[in-house]
Design a protein around this ligand. Structure first.
Ligand code: RP5
Length: 174
C-alpha cells in the first residue's frame, strides 16, 4: 500500500521495472515515475535501496535484477547520488538515473554525480526532480512499447492528449 510520502514496499508480482531511491525523502519525486508506470499498466516495484546506508542490500538488488526479470531500473538519489552508478556497475539491466533536488545545491550536485559517469558504465540521466522522474518512466514505456503494440497505442494516445491540451492553451489567452 503506498501513500503520498512513502514508497510501496510490497513488490508487485512479476515487476518489470524497479523504481529505487536512496531515501523515503526521495519518494515525493520518484512517485512521479511510479504514477506514469501505473497509468500505463507497467508492473513495477518501488524500494528504498540506499547506496551508502545499505550497500550490501544495494549490491544484492543489482545482482538479482536480471534474474528476476527486471527490464530496467529507475534510480533516484540526491546529493552525492552514487546509487544509479553503483547499481549500473553491478548489473547488465539498463539503469536510468533521476537526480533528486538536494537542500543546499538544489540537485545540481545530484545531476553532476549521475550524469558524469566515466566511459564504460552508462547511466541514462534525466532532468532534476519531478520532470526527470516522469520522463524516465515515459522512456521506459517507449522502450517496452517497441515490442508491445498495446503499450505503443497507449503511448500514442498519451502524446495526442498532450498535444490537444497544449493546442487548447491558446484559448486560455483570450
Ligand atoms: C540520498 O541522500 C538520498 O537519495 C536523498 O536524496 C538524500 C537525503 O536523504 P535523507 O537524509 O532525506 O534520508 O542518499
Amino acid at each position: 500500500m503506498s501513500s503520498a510520502n512513502t514508497p510501496d514496499t510490497a513488490p508487485q508480482t512479476a515487476a518489470l521495472i524497479g523504481v529505487v531511491m536512496g531515501s523515503s525523502s526521495d519518494w515525493e519525486t520518484m512517485k512521479h515515475a511510479a504514477d506514469i508506470l501505473t497509468e500505463f499498466g507497467v508492473p513495477f516495484e518501488a524500494r528504498v535501496v540506499s547506496a551508502h546506508r545499505m550497500p550490501d542490500e544495494m549490491f544484492a538488488y543489482a545482482e538479482a535484477a536480471e534474474g528476476r526479470g527486471l527490464r530496467a531500473i529507475i534510480a533516484g538519489a540526491g546529493g552525492a547520488a552514487h546509487l544509479p552508478g553503483m547499481l549500473a556497475a553491478k548489473t547488465l539491466v539498463p539503469v536510468l538515473g533521476v537526480p533528486v533536488a538536494s537542500r543546499h545545491l538544489q540537485g545540481v550536485d545530484s545531476l553532476h554525480s549521475i550524469v558524469q559517469m566515466p566511459k564504460g558504465i552508462p547511466v541514462a540521466t534525466f532532468a532534476i526532480g519531478n520532470a526527470g522522474a516522469g520522463n524516465a518512466a515515459l522512456f521506459v514505456v517507449a522502450m517496452l512499447a517497441r515490442d508491445n503494440p498495446a503499450l505503443r497505442d497507449k503511448l500514442d494516445a498519451f502524446r495526442k492528449r498532450q498535444t490537444a491540451a497544449a493546442t487548447a492553451m491558446t484559448e486560455e489567452l483570450r
